[in-house]
Design a protein around this ligand. Structure first.
Ligand code: ADE
Length: 493
C-alpha cells in the first residue's frame, strides 16, 4: 500500500508515521508514505498558495493551480510506476500526467479529499480503501480548496466526524492508521485485525492483565480457568452488553443480523451461503422480509438473496442497483423475471452441500499448510489455467488456499472461494485414491468451523462425482439448487 499525502505540512505527516507499527510496516516495505508539499508547486513567486474567495466571506481559499500541479506530479509518478513506458521517463511530471489524459485519464488514482463535508469514515470505509494499491490524500487548510480542482481530481470526499479541525492532516493520519492495520502483515497476527471492535457490529469485550486483583477489583473468574468455550461465550455476552449500553445504534444492527441468521437457519441447507457470509462478516445485510433476506458481499460485487417465493425475490431485488453484475439466489422461479427485467442470465446452477455439525472432522493426512506463492504456477496449471492466475494469487495472499504435501512435494490443493464456498480442490494424479482428497476437503471444513462459519460448498449440478464425495464425507446436500446469475455485458450479447 502506497500513501501519498498532498499537504502544506509534510513534516507533520512524516513525523507522525515514523513510530511504532507504521514505522515497522514501512521498514518491512508493506507500506510507503510520501508527503508532497503543495507549496513546492505554486507558480507564485512569493510562494503563495491561497487567495480571497470570490463573493466575499471570511478567510482564504487554497488555489487550484498548486493543488492541481502537485496532484499531477503524484498521479504521473503512480502511472509511471505502473506502466513501464521508457518514453516518458525523465519527462516533466505534469506533461506525463497530461499526456495520459491528466485528470481526465480513464482510471484516476483514488484521491481522497479530507473534509468535514464528506461521507463519514467508518471501519467499512477503511476496509474498502485497504484494497487499493495507491491512495492519495488531499489535505485542505484555511477555508478549503477551490471547487474546480476538487471536481477534477477528487474521487472521494471523506470526513472523520461531525466536528471541524484546523486542517486535513490529522484526519488523513487517522485514516492512514486505520487503513494500514488492515493491510496483510502490518499487524503481528492476522487475527488481531479480525476480532476487534466493529468487526461484527459489536464493540470489543473488556480485557484484563496482571495482577488478578487491582484496587479491590478481581478479574472475572471465567477468564482464569482456561475453558475456551466458556471464555468465548463470556466475551460475546460482555461485548453485547457494552454495545447495548454504549452504542445502541450499533446493537440494533447486530440484533437484526442475529435475528435474520436465526430465521435463515430454519432452512440451513438451502440458505447456507447467506448464513455463512453473515456469520463470518463476509457480507452486509441489506434487508430482511420474513424468512427471506438480501445481503451484499464485502467485495461490493456479489448480491445474495435467499427466498422461497418469486414474490419475495422480486421485492428484495429493489435493493439491487441498476448496475449490479452478480447475483446469487436460491429460487428457480425468479430466473425468468431476472432475465426479462434485469438482463441477468444463469451462469451456473449448483447444489449446495453443508456441514451441519459443530465438531471438527478427522483429517487423515497431516501435512497440510498454507499454499506457498512461489508455487503458484502449479496451481495455475492445474486449476483453470492463466485465466485464473489473478484469482488464485488473491486466494493465496488472503491465506485461504492450502497445499497437501507428500515427501515435501505438493500432492494437491484446496481453498475457499472469495464468495466463501469451499472448493478449489485438486489432487495430483499420483495421489488419487489416497486419503489426500478427502483430507483436503475436511481440512477446509475445519478451517471454516474455526472461524465461526457454516461450512458449505457449491457443486455444479452435473458434477455427480463431487456430490457423491461430499455426501460420503458427511455433508448434506440441499434439495433446492442455487443460481449464480450475472448481467451480460453488451458485447457479450
Ligand atoms: N478537516 C477539518 N475537519 C475535518 C473533519 N472533521 N474530517 C475531515 N477533514 C476535516
Amino acid at each position: 500500500m502506497n500513501f501519498h499525502v498532498l499537504t502544506l505540512f509534510p513534516e507533520m505527516i512524516l513525523e507522525a508515521c515514523n513510530n511504532s507499527i507504521l514505522k515497522r510496516a514501512m521498514e518491512k516495505k508493506l507500506l510507503s508514505i510520501d508527503a508532497v508539499n503543495i507549496r513546492d508547486y505554486t507558480l507564485d513567486k512569493h510562494g503563495k498558495v491561497d487567495d480571497y474567495t470570490y463573493g466575499g466571506g471570511a478567510g482564504m481559499l487554497m488555489q487550484a493551480q498548486p493543488v492541481y500541479d502537485a496532484w499531477c506530479h503524484v498521479a504521473g509518478r503512480i502511472e509511471r510506476d505502473q506502466v513501464d513506458s521508457t518514453e516518458i521517463i525523465g519527462a516533466d511530471a505534469k506533461a506525463v500526467a497530461e499526456a495520459n489524459g491528466g485528470a481526465k485519464q480513464k482510471k484516476k488514482p483514488r484521491t481522497i479529499y479530507v473534509t468535514p463535508q464528506g461521507r463519514v469514515f467508518t471501519q467499512e470505509v477503511a476496509k474498502e480503501f485497504s484494497k487499493e494499491e495507491e491512495l492519495i490524500f488531499l489535505c485542505g487548510h484555511y477555508e478549503g480548496i477551490d471547487e474546480r480542482v476538487l471536481d477534477e481530481i477528487v474521487t472521494d470526499r471523506i470526513s472523520i466526524g461531525d466536528y471541524v479541525l484546523t486542517g486535513g492532516e490529522l484526519p488523513a493520519l487517522v485514516m492512514m492508521d486505520a487503513i494500514s492495520r488492515l493491510v496483510p502483515g502490518v499487524l503481528g497476527s492476522e487475527e488481531s485485525a479480525q476480532t476487534e471492535s466493529f468487526e461484527n457490529d459489536l464493540l470489543e469485550y473488556p480485557q484484563y492483565s496482571r495482577p488478578e486483583v487491582w484496587h479491590g477489583k478481581a478479574v472475572p473468574e471465567v477468564l482464569l480457568k482456561g475453558d475456551h468455550m466458556k471464555i468465548e461465550a463470556w466475551r460475546l455476552e460482555a461485548a453485547k452488553e457494552r454495545t447495548k449500553t454504549w452504542r445502541p445504534d450499533l446493537y440494533e444492527k447486530y440484533f437484526e443480523k442475529e435475528q435474520t441468521i436465526k430465521r435463515l437457519m430454519k432452512q440451513k441447507k438451502e440458505n447456507a451461503y447467506l448464513i455463512d457470509s453473515l456469520l463470518t462478516g463476509k457480507a452486509r445485510l441489506l434487508h430482511t422480509m420474513g424468512n427471506a433476506a438480501i445481503a451484499l458481499a464485502t467485495n461490493d460485487i456479489t448480491y445474495m438473496i435467499c427466498c422461497e417465493t418469486k414474490e419475495e425475490g422480486e421485492a428484495l431485488l429493489a435493493y439491487v442497483p441498476e448496475d449490479a453484475r452478480l447475483l446469487l439466489h436460491n429460487c428457480a422461479q425468479l430466473n425468468d423475471f431476472l432475465r426479462e427485467r434485469y438482463g441477468f442470465t444463469v451462469g451456473d446452477e449448483c447444489y449446495q452441500s453443508v456441514y451441519t455439525q459443530h465438531t471438527a472432522m478427522p483429517v487423515a493426512h497431516k501435512d497440510i499448510r498454507p499454499y506457498p506463492i512461489s508455487n503458484i504456477d502449479y496451481a495455475v496449471e492445474n486449476y483453470g489455467g492463466e485465466e485464473e492466475r489473478e484469482y488464485l494469487q488473491d486466494r493465496i495472499q488472503k491465506g485461504e488456499f492450502f497445499a497437501a504435501y507428500e515427501n515435501d512435494e505438493i500432492a494437491g490443493f484446496c481453498g475457499v472461494h472469495s464468495s466463501g464456498s469451499l472448493g478449489l480442490l485438486y489432487v495430483d494424479p499420483k495421489y488419487r485414491r489416497t486419503s489426500i482428497g478427502s483430507s483436503l476437503a475436511s481440512y477446509l471444513v475445519n478451517w471454516s468451523l474455526e472461524r465461526g462459519g457454516l461450512p458449505y460448498a457449491h457443486i455444479r449440478v452435473k458434477n455427480i462425482a463431487s456430490l457423491k464425495m461430499q455426501e460420503k464425507m458427511g455433508l448434506y446436500v440441499g434439495k433446492r439448487t442455487v443460481f449464480w446469475t450475472y448481467r451480460k455485458e453488451k458485447e457479450e450479447e
